[in-house]
Design a binder for this molecule. Structure first.
Ligand code: AMP
Length: 413
């Protein structure tokens, strides 16, 4: 009799060559499945190759190069940095450090952001204590190098992130000067959204061959027929803005997306007081409740469906004319999933996002991800919407009656 081995399918991050300690850190960060760039990058970097990747923000590129570094990390006696991540902007430096804090397997790994606009002496003090990983912009790093408050003789792991952007911002000479300070015996990774000749020349000059050039195709975003816009509105006025938008747009059927179950439930409850044919779909509902709501939505009996991403993704209904993002999705990929619920089968669709003034960064990440600017529009006039609902002419108890009807309706589904 021969023994047979059952080969388990590779699931999640297992199978990329990461140790249990790093896998535990990944689990703690809440990542369940590696992104395409992570699948492509991590095993090759762990094998010691210099790797180039064409990938934009939102693809998980940061974890793709941080995890192999954490895997390699070893304590060193003098704590001169062993890794350098060169980035074009302070925003990216901050983001990379946040991702590092999220994924670091323990707190003995010291990470320091180095960019201009911050006092030099604070950075010098931190450097004196010992740093493993420096994440910085070229200008300030050169300042430190020229004062010898930073030395790169031990750098074995070098990442050039958003290389094309660094050239756009005029860092060509700075990059070269910094790279000359790093030992030749090192591993170099390069990430760039585009691969113009400048970037390719840099790779040719400073990366060891063979270079594995991984092209992560930009996500096919089939949302051309969807009219996308956003409205800037303070948090406390968002619900009012939602009412104005739906009054103006008169959607045939729409999904109103919220980030959290509790938010979805709150909007659902309030909207029941204003509109008929409202239902909610979120993870707290029983499976059979969800199915009944889904069926009614498909049959056009529900006009306003307040949903979270978890359940929103699975909705495949032809009649959806509008998607309203009451909350912006945290993950840009979810934006595409959400708005893809409308504009089905070549029909036109509309996607309107309510954006809080301090959410500019999130909006930009979405725009980068879909490779398209989203048009800003003004909040519809309150006056324009009053005559239609005739609030002042209706008896006072109209709202609760609508609410009760809607609630009963939803419960019956
Ligand atoms: P990045 O492209 O590196 O800027 O990452 C974009 C966002 O995706 C960040 O907020 C990361 O924390 C998150 N992220 C990265 N990898 C994963 C993953 N495998 N699963 C879920 N989220 C991820």
């Amino acid at each position: 009799m021969t023994a047979s081995t059952v080969v388990e399918p590779v699931a999640g991050f297992h199978g990329l060559g990461l140790s249990q300690t790093i896998l535990d850190a990944v689990t703690k960060a809440g990542y369940k499945k590696p992104s395409s760039i992570q699948k492509a990058f991590i095993p090759r970097v762990l094998a010691g190759s210099d790797v180039m990747g064409q990938a934009q923000t939102g693809t998980g590129k940061t974890a793709a190069y941080l995890l192999p570094y954490f895997e390699r990390w070893q304590p060193s006696a003098d704590r001169d940095p062993t890794a350098l991540i060169l980035v074009p902007t302070r925003e990216l430096a901050t983001q990379v450090c946040e991702e590092a804090a999220k994924l670091a397997p323990h707190d003995r790994i010291r990470v320091l952001p180095i960019y201009g606009g911050k006092r030099m002496d604070g950075q010098v003090q931190a450097l004196r204590k010992g740093i493993d990983l420096v994440v910085g912009t070229p200008g300030r790093i050169l300042d430190h190098l020229s004062r010898s408050t930073l030395v790169f003789h031990k750098v074995q792991y070098l990442v050039l992130d958003e290389a094309d952007r660094m050239f756009d911002l005029g860092f060509r000479d700075d990059i070269r000067r910094i790279l000359k300070q790093c030992p030749d015996a090192r591993q170099t990774m390069l990430l760039s959204a585009t691969m113009p000749p400048d970037v390719l020349n840099l790779a040719k000059r400073y990366m060891r061959k063979p270079i594995v050039h991984i092209q992560i195709a930009p996500k096919k975003v089939t949302v051309e027929k969807i009219r996308q816009s956003y409205i800037t509105v303070d948090k406390e006025n968002k619900y009012d803005a939602l009412l104005r938008v739906i009054e103006r747009e008169q959607p045939r059927q729409c999904i109103i997306f919220c980030e959290r179950k509790i938010g979805a439930h709150r909007i659902y409850t309030k909207l029941c007081g204003e509109r008929k044919r409202v239902a909610a779909m979120h993870g707290d509902l029983e499976q059979n409740q969800r199915e009944r709501i889904m069926k009614a939505f498909k049959e056009g009996k529900i006009v306003y469906l307040v949903a979270t991403d978890v359940v929103g993704r699975g909705i495949d209904v032809m009649g959806i004319s509008h998607i309203i993002n009451f909350d912006l999705p945290m993950d840009p990929e979810n934006y595409v999933h959400r708005i893809g619920r409308t504009g089905r089968m070549g029909k036109d669709g509309v996607a309107i996002s309510l954006v809080e003034p301090e959410e500019g960064k999130e909006l930009t990440r979405i725009e980068d991800f879909i490779n398209k600017l989203i048009t800003e529009e003004q909040l519809p006039d309150f006056e324009a919407f009053i005559p239609r609902v005739k609030v002042e002419q209706e008896p006072k108890d109209v709202k609760p009656v609508y609410g009760q009807r809607s609630r009963r309706y939803s419960q019956r589904l």
